[in-house]
Design a protein around this ligand. Structure first.
Ligand code: MN
Length: 228
């Protein structure tokens, strides 16, 4: 065993539904504007341009069920997304075999400091300050693809305090899950433990302290996240 100069960081893990086994996380990729109706609401052309990605940090994932309202913002938005967890990876993965790398799927949120993201966009700067903050990606337990099948259609929705705010269908993704995996693998080397947040349907908006968000994807069920 090597000696570390100080305590190494904890391995970030995700729970698996109905199991004590944990998933070690390696990277988190997020796709932007992957549902046409959301691209339009953000003022963009919904036509199929090449996909674009940004990253969150592995330890931004948070399976606790709480989302602490972050500092330096007054406009934190919910973005309901389906997370795709890989069990293997590689470079230049062909479209036809891309789904073989999927371990499972989970409910997740790409929480966004929209005011800070907006300022960065205006200045042509990176988005990290708006996207990759502490506990910015609430996530539910991972459901094995071998149990759920590959999820390419079905309702995706988010309620806030019991009221539906976001609603769409997984089949409205502009870039489908196999396409995202294949595309990413041309630019990055994917590995087991990589997580892809697959984009958000229309209806993003702000939350306040005390709100309760309820994530839903058909096939994965529902989970509440408390804004604390
Ligand atoms: Mn997003």
């Amino acid at each position: 065993m090597p000696e570390y100069a100080f305590e190494p960081p904890k391995v970030v893990t995700l729970p698996i539904a109905g199991s004590d086994t944990l998933i070690p996380v390696r990277r988190v990729y997020c796709i932007g504007r992957n549902y046409a109706a959301h691209a339009i609401e953000m003022g963009h052309d919904p036509n199929r341009e090449p996909p674009f990605f940004f990253q969150k940090n592995p330890n931004n994932l948070d399976a606790s069920g709480d989302f602490p309202y972050p500092p330096h913002t007054s406009d934190v938005h919910h973005e309901m997304e389906m997370a795709v967890v890989l069990k293997s990876g590689g470079k230049n993965i062909p479209l036809e075999s891309a789904l073989n790398h999927v371990f499972g799927y989970a409910l997740s949120l790409d929480m966004t400091r929209r005011d800070l993201q907006g300022e960065m966009k205006k200045m042509g700067r990176p988005w990290e300050i708006g996207k990759a903050f502490e506990r910015s990606a609430p996530i539910g337990p991972v459901h094995l693809a071998s149990d759920t099948g590959h999820l390419d259609e079905g309702r995706i929705a988010l309620k806030v305090n019991g009221e539906t705010r976001q609603e769409g269908d997984l089949n409205q993704m502009i870039w489908k899950v196999p396409e995202m995996i294949s595309y990413l693998s041309e630019y990055f080397e994917l590995e087991a433990g990589d997580v892809i947040l697959s984009g958000t349907p229309a209806g993003v908006g702000p939350v306040e302290k005390g709100d309760v968000m309820e994530m839903f994807v058909q096939g994965l069920g529902a989970m509440e996240i408390n804004v604390t």
